[in-house]
Design a binder for this molecule. Structure first.
Ligand code: NAD
Ligand code: AKB
Length: 316
């Protein structure tokens, strides 16, 4: 049987680009985009879209059967900064949404599930540099707590029910196609837009706040490489550390100034500073490299050149 894929949360920052990438591989009509909100304009005309609330397990079940779904990518979640404004909602969506998908996967023998975790699982007691796969993990945000609990639910469903669920701990993701949805790392996307539109940016993190980051093309490739890898090579059933690059607001501003010398940055840290300081500055992804060959392609300079080129082209 041909694979039929359901992407839940397809209108979000990752969802749009992942849906387009999956459509290239599996065929437009075999990748069903779904979201609570309306379809992102970039997806219009590229394949099927259904309105779906992942919290409604009956509705989810109906879609899985009706569309003959064999793989699910679950991207619906509330991210770190928005989560701190409404912890109950963040916990409820991030946990129940995942459990609804895991239950359907078990009942309907779904072949493969993808669910992303985050570097937000780590907390102030985790190592700051080259944070290993297995280490002290004491998250201080509701988002981080929900991701860490989610990782263990994934592991549990794999061990107990043989659900083939795979996961990555994404760093902060930077992209020019679809806007980010309420994370602490969103500054690294906003800064490019503001640099081109207003030649200045007020950053909500301090200049020397280093965080693990990744350019979206690397994140999409990592996701697809993980999902295409043979089952026997997937040894981590919680979630894999993956790394792209590490930089501070000052360093990303410097890299933009090489292209736009008039650009200036000011710093006005807010509540997100504390969240950022609780996370590692860099990640050890050697297990992902050993198990399924993960290697990033973009560094800060290459990403900045590509971001500015594409945003300028979009603005024409
Ligand atoms: P996003 O906020 O941009 O997109 C999430 C999408 O889910 C939105 O379009 C939203 O409308 C949808 N959604 C919300 N509630 C829903 C519901 N009840 N039913 C169906 N859809 C619903 O988020 P994103 O940045 O694309 O992140 C996707 C996943 O990747 C999340 O699990 C997130 O935690 C994880 N992640 C993202 C980053 C990042 O930097 N973007 C980093 C680490 C992990
Ligand atoms: C956030 O900042 O919340 C996300 C993440 C790192 O999970 N970008």
């Amino acid at each position: 049987m041909k694979d039929r894929i359901l992407v839940i949360g397809a209108s979000g920052q990752i969802g749009v680009e992942l849906t387009l990438a999956l459509r290239k591989i599996y065929g437009n009509n075999n990748v069903i985009a779904s979201d609570l909100r309306e379809q992102n304009p970039l997806l219009e005309g590229t394949g099927p879209y259904v309105s779906l609330d992942v919290m409604n397990s009956e509705m989810l079940h109906v879609q899985v059967i009706r569309q003959n779904i064999t793989q699910i990518y679950l991207l619906a979640a509330i991210l770190s900064a928005t989560g701190e404004k409404n912890p109950n909602l963040a916990w409820h969506l991030n946990m129940q949404g995942l459990l609804n998908v895991l239950d359907i996967a078990r009942e309907e023998n779904i072949k493969k599930i993808y669910w992303p975790s985050s570097i937000a699982v780590f907390g102030p007691t985790s190592p700051k540099q080259n944070c290993p796969q297995q280490t002290i993990i004491e998250p201080i945000t509701v988002y981080g707590i929900s991701k860490y609990a989610g990782e263990f639910w994934c592991n549990y469903y794999h061990k107990r029910y043989d659900v083939d669920i795979r996961s990555l701990r994404y760093p902060g993701l930077i992209s020019y196609k679809s806007a980010p949805g309420g994370g602490t790392t969103d500054y690294a996307v906003e800064i490019y837009h503001e640099a081109l539109e207003n030649k200045k940016y007020e950053c909500f993190l301090n200049e020397d706040t280093y965080l693990p980051m990744m350019y979206m093309p690397d994140a999409i490739r990592a996701t697809i490489e993980l999902m295409e890898a043979p089952k026997s090579s997937i040894n981590i059933r919680t979630s894999y550390n993956i790394a792209g690059m590490t930089f501070s607001p000052k360093e990303i501003a410097n890299s933009i100034q090489k292209h736009l010398p008039d650009f200036s940055i000011a710093y006005k840290p807010d509540y997100r500073q504390q969240i950022a300081e609780s996370w590692p500055q860099s990640i050890d992804d050697s297990i992902a490299n050993t198990d399924w060959g993960w290697k990033p392609q973009f560094n800060l300079e290459k990403m900045t050149a590509d971001m500015l080129l594409n945003l300028q082209a979009n603005n024409k």
